[in-house]
Ligand binder design. Structure first.
Ligand code: A3P
Length: 306
């Protein structure tokens, strides 16, 4: 397989995308063996697009009748243990994970796999499982990624300059990249099948979280009742899953994700437009051109500030 040096270990080029070598085996097993259930909720994202946030939101919405907010296991386990990644947590360990141990039902599972490479049982016309896709503007994704990988880098990994990392990101050589193919794959799939795929943008959630919590609940088949809305349940869930609330949980300060990463690396500042503090004008210009080329015809636009 074509191989590239990623900013956190090598990447393999497979089925049109760059798969981190450490999760490649897990991805292959996931693609080959995963059997979706009609009740499954599959959360998909490009890394650094709001996965942690959506894991917390979806879990809290789908399970709100099982626990009071104070007893929500999110508070002790954190989003990543509650909603595992298919390729890098579950199938990395074994080609036959025991879903009995899945900490939630309906199963809520997460992946970074591009649409074209999803296992057939998820995309099958007969499958009623739901896909929630969250995307984020590429400049914030890049900056978030940059900091995240910097925190995970160990001493034996060569550091990479931001210029070099940026160049690779623009060329699509980054985990699950190219960015544009990933986002457009789900954008098109959502246009074709809006009942199956909910397409969300990080920036829209930042702008109006209450609206999106209700939309998510409706899409997943657990709409809020009038009584719940009057009791302020929507706002409570939004508050519980907010950046400040999650970041301050002990499990996210000192706990580890199933892959062994400190949970704290998933929380930096959670802003829209943070890229402005880092990217040079020439880098911004470069992305503006790329965006025009790749996205103009699709009708998909990004917010770069809120
Ligand atoms: P920043 O590095 O820009 O702060 P992912 O979860 O896909 O790995 O994405 C991580 C990004 O989402 C980080 O962005 C992180 O701070 C932000 N994030 C994590 N939890 C969040 C939340 N509850 N609300 C908003 N942003 C959140």
């Amino acid at each position: 397989l074509p191989k590239a040096k990623g900013y956190y270990g090598p990447l393999y080029f497979y089925q049109g995308f760059w798969c981190p070598s450490f999760s490649f085996k897990g991805f292959i097993s996931f693609q080959k063996y995963f059997q979706a259930l009609d009740t499954d909720i599959i959360l998909v994202s490009m890394p650094k697009s709001g996965t942690t946030w959506l894991k917390a939101l979806i879990f809290s919405i789908a399970n709100r009748h099982k626990f009071s907010l104070q007893d929500n296991p999110l508070l002790n386990l954190g989003p990543h243990s509650l909603v595992p990644f298919l390729e890098s947590d579950l199938y990395l360990k074994t080609p036959n994970p025991n879903f009995e141990n899945c900490p939630n039902h309906p199963r809520i599972l997460s992946t970074h796999t591009p649409y074209a490479s999803l296992p057939p049982s998820i995309k099958d016309d007969h499958s009623k499982c739901k896909i929630v896709y969250v995307c984020r503007n590429p400049m914030d994704v890049f900056i978030s990624y940059w900091h995240y990988l910097g925190k995970l880098r160990t001493e034996n990994m060569e550091p990479m300059s931001m210029d070099e990392g940026f160049e690779m990101f623009c060329q699509g050589i980054h985990g699950f990249g190219p960015f544009s193919d990933h986002v457009l794959g789900y954008w098109k799939a959502n246009e074709e099948n809006p009942n199956k795929i909910l397409f969300l943008k990080y920036e829209d959630l930042k702008e109006d979280i209450t609206f999106h919590v209700k939309e998510l609940a409706k899409f997943l088949g657990f709409p809020f009742s009038k009584e719940e809305e009057d009791r302020g349940v929507v706002e409570e869930i939004a508050r519980l899953c907010s950046f400040d609330s999650l970041k301050d949980l002990e499990v996210n300060k000192s706990g580890k994700s199933p892959l062994g990463y400190p949970n704290s690396v998933f929380f930096r500042n959670g802003e829209v437009g943070n890229w402005r503090n880092f990217l040079k004008p020439s880098m911004v210009e470069h992305w503006e051109k790329l965006l025009q080329e790749k996205f103009d015809k699709s009708g998909l636009t990004f917010n770069f500030s809120c």
